[in-house]
Design a protein around this ligand. Structure first.
Ligand SMILES: *Cc1c(COP(=O)(O)O)cnc(C)c1O
Length: 399
């Protein structure tokens, strides 16, 4: 079948909850993908940063294949021999005492919110039902009812009511607003260190440190959603590490699965994690042995290849070269590491530009109409980056 035939099938049988770039990917390796006709592209989205290690990284594929000959699913009714070593590695890599494994990113967010509400009731004596959590406008924490109840994007929440109560929204980037929003019933502040879906919005320097200080002073938990920014994407292992801002809970997902399968988790120290007792939270698939094998290998690749350093260096070059190109129409070029965005004028429709990029062999997707995110796998080589940058600049010149 040809690409257009697959697209027709998708349109006929899949709910229209996405508006994809019309390309049908049928093969991938590293930072490159191929369509059904065999045309080659650079992947500059990396499945929203779930493929930081590159497509089909041999070390992760080998771990998955080996595990597929042993056991893949046990449920947590029994122990398995892969979860423990995986979570030991995750804790060592993140610097936390414990982890709670789930599957998708939004489940990690949900888990963090449940931990915080319980912590507030049990450790702070807040009446159950009164707990509130401060979040930021422009956030993206996933697609469940709880997550869209926090959203300020009508596309995400309209007609899904009634919404989950207990959230207080403040402008992103203002620590003063967070301080003022905290009251006696606040249990946590939940923030993305860089807002990915909002268009790679980088907060002012010092914001994260101030949030840490405010939460410590007020005795509330600081939760960072590092699902998109984490695991080396921004040039640090985690984006908060640009500042003195170690959170009480980190939500992790996307690249934790090494591009192979959904794997998520929260990490925290015991004083928080101990609010969960047998039966109070769980997941059939969370912590399964296949995920254990893949997650462990995914972290090993980040570590062995020091991908935070690659992301940092290549990201600096990427933004510098785009700025030096003095492109018309582009208002802002922003980002950290290899999480970057080109922002056009508010009225600009970037979809045709994404189609033009595709014709030049670059796959990228606009967000909010006028912003294009550029986030290739972190294993992209210097030569590949130079080639890709030339193509991107040539398209944006005529945008
Ligand atoms: C993608 C994302 C999520 C949701 O992850 P899913 O795996 O799609 O549920 C949550 N938070 C952030 C910041 C994300 O980028």
């Amino acid at each position: 079948m040809k690409s257009q035939d697959y697209i027709a099938l998708d349109n006929q049988y899949c709910a229209h909850n996405y508006h994809p770039i019309p390309v049908v990917i049928s093969k991938a390796r590293g930072c490159r993908v191929w369509d059904a006709e065999g045309r080659e592209y650079y992947d500059f989205l990396s499945a929203y940063s779930a493929v930081n290690q590159g497509h089909l990284h041999p070390h992760i594929v080998e771990a998955a294949q080996e595990q597929l000959t042993r056991v893949t699913l046990t449920s947590r009714a029994f122990h398995n021999d892969k979860m423990g070593p995986f979570l030991e590695k995750l804790c060592a890599y993140t610097g936390y005492e414990q982890a709670l494994p789930m599957n998708t990113g939004v489940e990690a967010v949900e888990t963090a919110l449940k931990a915080a509400r319980r912590w507030g009731a049990e450790k702070k004596g807040i009446q159950n039902g009164a707990q509130n959590i401060v979040c930021a406008s422009g956030n993206f924490h996933g697609r469940t009812l709880t997550a869209v109840s926090m959203s300020s994007d009508p596309e995400s929440y309209v007609n899904y009511g009634p919404y989950v109560p207990g959230f207080v929204k403040v402008p992103f980037g203002s620590s003063v607003a967070v301080r003022e929003a905290i009251d006696d019933d606040t249990v946590a502040v939940l923030i993305e260190p860089i807002q990915g879906e909002a268009g790679v919005v980088v907060p002012p320097n010092g914001y994260l440190t101030e949030l840490r200080q405010i939460c410590s002073d007020a005795g509330v938990l600081l939760i960072f959603d590092e699902i998109q920014t984490g695991f080396c994407r921004t040039g640090r292992r985690f984006a908060w590490q640009y500042e003195e801002a170690r959170p009480d809970i980190m939500c992790l997902g996307k690249a934790l699965g090494g591009g192979i399968m959904p794997i998520s988790a929260i990490v925290a120290d015991r004083n928080v994690m101990e609010v969960f007792t047998p039966g109070t939270h769980g997941s059939t698939f969370g912590g399964n042995p296949l995920a254990g094998a893949v997650g462990l290998a995914a972290i090993e690749v980040l570590e062995m290849e020091r991908l935070e350093d690659r992301a940092y260096v290549l990201g600096e070059r990427f933004r510098a070269e785009l700025r030096d190109a003095h492109l018309q129409n582009t208002r802002i070029i922003r980002g950290k590491g290899l999480l970057n965005a080109v922002v056009f004028d508010d009225s600009f429709d970037a979809f045709p530009t994404c189609l033009a990029l595709k014709e030049k062999g670059i796959l990228a997707k606009q967000t909010h109409g006028n912003i294009i995110r550029f986030a290739p796998p972190l294993v992209i080589t210097d030569t590949e980056m130079r080639d890709a940058l030339e193509r991107i600049i040539s398209v944006l010149r005529t945008a």
